[in-house]
Design a protein around this ligand. Structure first.
Ligand SMILES: Nc1ncnc2c1ncn2[C@@H]1O[C@H](COP(=O)(O)OP(=O)(O)OP(=O)(O)O)[C@@H](O)[C@H]1O
Ligand SMILES: [Mg+2]
Length: 336
């Protein structure tokens, strides 16, 4: 089965082809980072316009490279939400038009299900598992007994982990998105120079809170001489990353204990973080839990994960009508 995936929920235009015979045949991503960098964050209207310009040419390149016609496909999977509504609409309308033109089944995919199933593109997932979804807009713990069945165990009370990386990076004068910058600089940081909070560590809830980090970082750097020394910036990045990773790890393993699962997974853009992968791998080993980090190309937004999630739904006999709507927010829903 050959499934075309389309992802336009935020600032990456992506199309992919998942083939049940050979896996991901193509995963094309056109990043808009340069477009939004100047504004220090994603400008929704600019994102929608860029998707409009880039999406169909990407589909054409994909078909050309794969020597396929639209009619040779077996389905179209498109991110229906959550995300920026204008950006989602571009992808959904295009997906519907392509499905209608070639009489193909259409499935709408929840973006977070895509992030979770990105793990299956790296290695077969061992289930039941607990998945820590940590991205630009989400930080939540999901219990997953099987593909298509998801139970939300808890999540952030305020900012998402990716948002915490991005907002604090901005305070330090680093370019957008801040996560990869902090990941890189933290390696050169000396431990112990700064101290940042780890909220809710003694709280029994499976919850996170990252909004206080921004204030803590601002307070710490406010008294320092300007311009900030590169080594000082690296030291702040190091401690900041430790605080975020500590919070994420503590609740991920608490959730795994609570649900008695034998495997844990990471999903979403923050799963690209080197320190988080290292810490989860080490602690999973100590607890004899199965863990394989997702391929970095499938950590941040991409259409391969959407194509694969769509394939799983189509294989199970699901399909959506052309009345399918996009949605800006909403929890992951089970379909299996
Ligand atoms: N190496 C890294 N370390 C830490 N954070 C990272 C790293 N790479 C990417 N990120 C963060 O991941 C986020 C982007 O992830 P993703 O593309 O999944 O988010 P999104 O699609 O905008 O949000 P959502 O998936 O919740 O809708 C950004 O906040 C970015 O800073
Ligand atoms: Mg995402």
């Amino acid at each position: 089965m050959k499934v075309l995936g389309i992802e336009t929920s935020c600032d990456d235009t992506s199309v992919a082809l998942y083939d049940s015979e050979g896996g991901v045949a193509e995963n094309l991503v056109s990043s808009q980072v340069d477009l939004h960098d100047h504004f220090g964050g994603v400008v929704p209207e600019l994102a929608s316009r860029a998707h409009l310009v880039n999406l169909l040419p990407l589909v054409e390149v994909l078909l050309e490279r794969q020597q396929l016609r639209l009619q040779d496909l077996d389905g179209v999977a498109v991110t229906a939400g959550p995300g920026l509504i204008g950006a989602l609409l571009v992808g959904l309308s295009t997906g519907k038009a392509l499905a209608m033109a070639a009489d193909l089944p259409l499935v709408g995919v929840h973006h977070i299900e895509g992030h979770i199933l990105a793990n299956a593109l790296t290695a077969e997932m061992q289930l039941p598992a607990v998945v820590l979804v940590a991205s630009g807009g989400h930080t939540e713990l999901i219990h997953m007994p099987l593909i298509g069945r998801y139970e939300r165990l808890g999540g952030t009370l305020d900012d998402a982990a990716g948002e915490a990386f991005d907002k604090t990076a901005k305070l330090l004068g680093l370019p957008y998105p801040g996560g990869p910058q902090i990941d890189r600089l933290a390696r050169q940081g000396t431990p112990g120079g700064f101290s940042f909070p780890r909220p809710l560590q003694k709280d029994p809830r499976l919850a996170f809170s990252f909004s206080g980090l921004k204030t803590a970082v601002r307070t710490a750097v406010d008294g320092l001489p300007r311009p900030l020394e590169p080594q000082t910036v690296a030291d702040v990045c190091h401690e900041l990353q430790e605080a975020i990773v500590d919070s994420l790890c503590a609740k991920l393993f608490a959730a795994a204990r609570k649900k008695h699962v034998g495997a844990v997974y990471l999903a979403g853009g923050v799963s690209a973080n080197g320190r988080l992968r290292e810490r989860v791998a080490r602690e999973a080993r100590q607890r004899r839990l199965h863990f394989v980090a997702p391929d970095r190309v499938y950590s941040t937004d991409n259409a391969a994960m959407i194509a694969y999630a769509g394939y799983c739904q189509l294989r199970a006999g699901r399909r959506d009508s052309l009345d399918l709507d996009s949605f800006p927010r909403g929890p992951i829903v089970s379909w299996a």
